[in-house]
Design a protein around this ligand. Structure first.
Ligand code: AMP
Ligand code: GLY
Length: 450
């Protein structure tokens, strides 16, 4: 295999972990990222270059970079870029690209389409109703017995489009809010609320076959105890103890039906497929949603556990040979804790530009070891909304960075993460993070049965 230059399309922690993973490939000489982030350059001994002014959906600029930098492979990671068809556009230019086409990724960007797809291929999902006007939804709710609901935009709404309603009265209020989402909420869904334990699973798909890469549990609400508004993700733990062999069998069956179904309808899928699922009290798995990409911060706990050369894996996908691959994983338990600006996910504008203290110390700790994210008892920082200016680390977003740790078990992984976090803060005490990441498995570890 010739020496390669990789371009990663993402600017967050998920992009950072991929940049790091590609840097570890023996075939890769440099990694570029659009837009990338300032901390990516601190990850590896290999050259990392970022293009902070270029948007993930700016197809023409991305093509120009591919040509001028002689890029060998583009990994399209970020949600909007996938949905906008960046993969298709690059393919049309003859560029090698890892990720699903716009048609295949409709499974993420059109939730109504996705639910109809699941129904057609008998993939377990909650009961749903697709609506195109407020009146249609209100009439439907009025015809139903009292219940708990989710009212969801069909289009992408930056992770904010799913609204919980504790009863029919609240459901009507939430239906009326769908118009606030503009185009994304023109078509919306009313779903029965599933109750149980949530998880995320990831598979790598080569068109017709898939291989499971791992599972994680995200912690979406902003505050401890799963309180407060939903965020992009306040932390992850992996592998979840709730995913028993029996549950994994159901998950594999769902991935099988999905990849086969997509082939049958002429939209074969290549790239990372994300299953957001729920395990109910009877141990049955249901699909909450599919995403056509890695999760963020799920990627931060799953990718470091994979021992395979990721550039080789991506090439196997493009050449249609994933079946030959054996995924090698380590046995560590991982935690990623999101360090955020106080105020996130609401207004955190007054925190922008404030200094982050102690981060240089954390970053220096891991640069002395070559693959700290792989060894137990260690941690690694993956950056997102951090800017480096005159050697100072400054707040540049809502989710700032992720402390990712590997331990023998959940308790050890948590201890390392929270020890590291105790050494950092944002000017005027503006750092926020959840202190209970991995709480379910911590309880299981200490003997609670669910
Ligand atoms: P989504 O935007 O579809 O990812 O939904 C965001 C979050 O809302 C999910 O991670 C779940 O916690 C929750 N959710 C969405 N749909 C349902 C459902 N039908 N039942 C229970 N929880 C749901
Ligand atoms: N962590 C949830 C997501 O990436 O959608």
């Amino acid at each position: 295999m010739k020496k390669a230059t990789i371009l990663v399309i993402d600017g967050g922690g998920r992009g950072a972990v991929l940049v790091d993973k590609y840097c570890q490939s023996r075939h890769v000489t440099q990694v570029l990222a659009v837009p990338g982030n300032d901390l990516m350059k601190k990850l590896s001994q290999k050259p990392v270059n970022i293009f902070p002014k270029i948007k993930t959906t700016d197809i023409l600029s991305i093509i120009k970079i591919c040509q001028s930098e002689k890029v060998d492979l583009v990994d399209v990671v970020q949600d909007d870029a996938v949905a906008k068809g960046v993969v298709d556009a690059l393919q049309n230019e003859g560029i090698r690209v890892f990720g699903p086409t716009k048609a295949a990724s409709q499974i993420e960007w059109d939730k109504a389409w996705a639910r109809n797809f699941m129904k057609k291929f008998k993939i377990p999902a909650p009961e749903f109703k697709i609506c195109k006007s407020s009146q249609e939804g209100i009439d439907f709710i009025k015809s139903q017995k009292r219940g708990e609901w989710f009212i969801k935009t069909s289009g992408l709404a930056a992770g904010k489009g799913a609204l919980y309603a504790k009863d029919n009265h609240q459901a009507i209020q939430k239906i009326n809010q769908m118009k606030d989402f503009g185009k994304a909420g023109q078509t919306y869904l009313i779903e029965k609320c599933l109750v149980g334990e949530e998880f995320s699973s990831f598979a790598i798909v080569d068109g017709s076959n898939f291989v499971l890469l791992g599972h994680a549990q995200d912690h979406k609400p902003v505050f401890d105890g799963d309180l407060g508004p939903n965020t992009g993700g306040m932390g992850c733990s992996s592998p979840p103890m709730a995913i028993t062999k029996k549950i994994e069998k159901q998950i594999k069956n769902i991935f099988k039906k999905t990849t086969e179904g997509l082939v049958k309808i002429g939209r074969s899928y290549r790239g990372i497929l994300y299953l957001g699922g729920m395990i109910d009290k009877n141990g049955m798995v249901y699909v909450i949603e599919f995403n056509a990409r890695w999760g963020d911060p799920e990627a931060q706990v799953i990718i470091p556990s994979i021992k395979n050369d990721f550039y080789e894996l991506a090439n196997q996908v493009l050449d249609g040979g994933i079946k030959k691959i054996k995924i090698k994983k380590d046995n560590s338990y991982r935690i990623a804790v999101t360090a955020a600006s106080r105020g996130y996910p609401s207004d955190y504008s007054k925190v922008i530009g404030k200094q982050i203290f102690g981060l240089d110390h954390l970053l220096n700790q891991f640069t002395s070891s070559r693959h700290p994210e792989r060894s137990e008892g260690s941690y690694k920082i993956f950056g997102a909304g951090v800017k480096i200016h005159n050697s100072k680390y400054l707040v540049n977003g809502g989710r700032l960075f992720y402390v990712t740790t590997a331990g023998k078990n959940v308790a050890q992984a948590r201890k390392i993460a929270y020890n590291a976090l105790s050494l950092v803060n944002v000017e005027s005490d503006n750092l926020h993070y959840r202190t209970d990441i991995g709480w379910r498995d911590l309880e299981r570890f200490y003997g609670k049965t669910f």
